[in-house]
Design a protein around this ligand. Structure first.
Ligand code: MG
Ligand code: ZN
Length: 224
């Protein structure tokens, strides 16, 4: 009886900060993505290839969440100067206040899109609003075909699902039909983008991002 209100308060505080994050992102005329996937599914490799391929047409900023190290930021800095690494210590997900802090080191006015790479984890990142406009749920062939079914909340709340490492289909055990059937059962309407970041096959993902970059940010609500 006592624990439930505490948890609700934590989420309520997070949601309030997330709303102010979202307002700042939209005031800069851009959108933000929350990229969620397990450790090793290829999030950072995907971002490296994404930044490389979009560098002549868009300035992408990245907030990279990890428990420790700046290794992801160092990888991404090759392609953009607009990278902030957030170390969460023991924290297994990003929260809105950490994104707000990262804004101090990011010039939102000069970027065209903000990508937040969440801590590698398919579970609690799903429950924390960061102020993003779109949630991207990422799986990979090497994780096995059962991961969507085992993580229904990510599937049900994502705006798009990515399946990475398709170059490994036929090499590691992964029944594509099983994965597709689980997605169809959980979210018949969710767009699925199959890609291989390591081999550079990511065109539908780039097209999805270009549409988001071109879309006008929502106008700020009129002052009351
Ligand atoms: Mg990473
Ligand atoms: Zn967590």
């Amino acid at each position: 009886m006592y624990e439930i209100p505490i948890v609700e308060n934590v989420l309520k505080a997070n949601d309030e900060i997330a709303a102010t994050n979202r307002a700042r992102i939209h005031a800069a005329g851009i959108h933000a993505i929350n990229l969620i996937g397990s450790p090793g599914c290829g999030k950072t490799t995907l971002l490296e290839r994404t930044l490389e391929r979009l560098r002549d047409e868009a300035t992408v900023g990245v907030i990279a969440g990890d428990l420790a190290t700046a290794r992801d930021a160092l990888r991404l800095r090759r392609w953009t100067e607009h990278v902030v690494q957030v170390n969460t210590g023991r924290g297994c997900h990003l929260e809105a206040h950490q994104v707000r802090q990262a804004f101090d080191r990011l010039d939102l006015a000069t970027i065209d899109l903000l990508i937040i790479e969440n801590v590698g984890n398919l579970i609690c990142p799903v429950g924390f609003d960061l102020g993003h406009d779109a949630k991207v749920g990422m799986f990979s062939v090497s994780e096995g075909d059962d991961k969507a079914a085992k993580h229904p909340h990510l599937v049900m709340t994502s705006d798009v699902i990515l399946l990475n490492k398709t170059d490994l289909l036929g090499v590691v055990p992964f029944e594509r039909r099983v994965f597709l059937d689980d997605l169809a059962r959980l979210r018949p309407d969710v767009p699925l983008i199959e890609l291989s970041a390591a081999t550079g096959r990511l065109e539908p993902w780039l097209a999805w991002l270009r549409r988001l970059i071109r879309r006008a940010a929502p106008a700020a609500p009129a002052p009351v």
